[in-house]
Structure formats: structure tokens, C-alpha cells
Design a protein around this ligand. Structure first.
Ligand SMILES: C[S@@+](CC[C@H](N)C(=O)[O-])C[C@H]1O[C@@H](n2cnc3c(N)ncnc32)[C@H](O)[C@@H]1O
Length: 210
């Protein structure tokens, strides 16, 4: 089995174990950072079950949403139809390590594009994400700053970079890119056993100068 099919099998399996993995709500950082932007074209990388893509489409964005998992994409497409925004979202299956949606976008968002699967080249994918931002557009990268508090030993092989580390790994020329947000923040998450716990995430928001 090659790298692509291993990753897809992992994520299809993970999604198939549950009716839904995520809340269906958009990520809070996306809402915080994008609400004031004029809608245009958006690319959602690792879109999962479509919470972010649907929120963007409802606000008038034309969205391309990509994920490695066909199970997640089918589910996301179903939710988009139910939300009445199916015509505003194009779902594409990609192992982003191997292929990438064509074109440039006013917003490129990668929210929690993590994988316990070894070998996902997150830095290279995020560099491709930056390259897909149109002049004047925004790149938003949201990630976990540490393992889930209810399972600190989860995924020991996965490095979770700080926002500064993500920025450095993008290797972007300062004269072309402006850093709008680089932060670490806490949010409340519900553990699998129902306990409410605090988790630390980070966010990087950059604008490509026009
Ligand atoms: C932690 S989930 C986040 C989902 C969604 N962005 C959210 O915030 O709810 C990570 C997502 O990335 C996808 N993914 C993992 N590796 C990928 C890859 N190589 N190419 C494309 N998508 C990938 C997974 O299928 C999963 O949907």
C-alpha cells in the first residue's frame, strides 16, 4: 500500500467509526479572523466534515474544500446540501502530499491539518498553501499547540509547531507578506468521557501584499 492509500485508509477508517467526528460548527478562530473579510474565493485544506467550508459559503465565499478522506468529503457534501450551499462549495479529494487544488484564492485556510499518520509533509503542504494565496489574500493556519489534555501521550511522533515555527517553515519574503496574527490561545474542549478541559491552540494569519 503506498503513502496515499495508507493515509486515506487511516482517515476513512477514523471517520467511518463515528457518525460524526467534529461538531459541525466552524472553528472559532476562523470566525474570529475572517468575519470582517469581504467574501471572495476560499480554499479549505483538510476540510473534514465541512464545518468551516459551509460557514464560509453561507457568508458568500466560493469555496474549494479538499480532504484526503472520501468518507469525510461525502459527509461534508451532504451537510452542504442540507445547508443549501452545495452550489458554492466544490469538494475535491486530494492527498495534499501528492496533489493540490489548482488556482489561487483570496483566502487559504488550514485548520488543524494534523495527522497522526507518519510522513504527512505538513510544512511542504503549508508552503503550497501560501503559494495558492492570491495577491491581497490571506493565509490562515490554525493548529494544536500540544496533545489533548485528556491523553498527553497521544501521537508522540507528531511535532506540533508554534505559530513562529510555522511562520519560519513557510520561508516567506518579508516584503511580500504581512503578519496579522501570530498567537497562542486557549479554548474549551469536551473530552471523550464528557469532561470539559482547556486546550491550547495557535493561529497564524498572514496577508500577501497586493
Ligand atoms: C484534525 S482533522 C481537521 C478537520 C477540519 N479542518 C476541522 O477543523 O474540523 C484533519 C483533517 O485533515 C485531513 N487530512 C489528513 N492528512 C491529509 C492529507 N495528506 N491530505 C488531505 N487531507 C488530509 C483528514 O482527513 C482530516 O479531515
Amino acid at each position: 500500500m503506498d503513502e496515499t492509500s495508507t493515509g486515506q485508509a487511516f482517515w476513512d477508517g477514523r471517520y467511518s467509526e463515528h457518525d460524526h467526528l467534529w461538531s459541525g460548527e466552524p472553528n472559532a478562530v476562523l470566525v474570529r479572523e475572517i468575519t470582517d473579510l469581504e467574501p471572495g474565493t476560499a480554499l479549505d485544506l483538510g476540510c473534514g466534515e465541512g464545518g468551516d467550508a459551509i460557514w464560509l459559503a453561507r457568508r458568500g465565499w466560493g469555496v474549494t474544500a479538499a480532504d484526503i478522506s472520501g468518507v469525510a468529503l461525502d459527509r461534508a457534501a451532504h451537510h452542504a446540501k442540507a445547508a443549501g450551499v452545495a452550489d458554492r462549495i466544490e469538494f475535491q479529494r486530494h492527498d495534499l502530499a501528492a496533489s493540490f487544488p489548482e488556482g489561487t484564492y483570496d483566502l487559504v485556510s488550514a485548520a488543524f491539518l494534523h495527522s497522526p499518520e507518519e510522513g504527512m509533509p505538513r510544512e511542504a503542504i503549508l508552503r503550497a498553501a501560501a503559494a495558492a494565496v492570491a495577491p491581497g489574500g490571506v493565509l490562515l493556519v490554525v493548529g494544536h499547540a500540544g496533545p489533548p489534555p485528556w491523553d498527553p501521550d497521544a501521537h508522540p511522533g507528531v511535532h506540533l509547531p508554534t505559530a513562529d515555527e510555522v511562520l519560519a517553515s513557510l520561508r516567506l519574503p518579508d516584503d511580500v507578506w504581512e503578519v496579522l496574527v501570530s498567537d497562542e490561545h486557549e479554548r474549551i474542549q469536551t473530552a471523550p468521557d464528557g469532561r470539559t478541559m482547556t486546550r491550547t491552540d495557535n493561529a497564524l494569519k498572514l496577508r500577501r501584499r497586493g
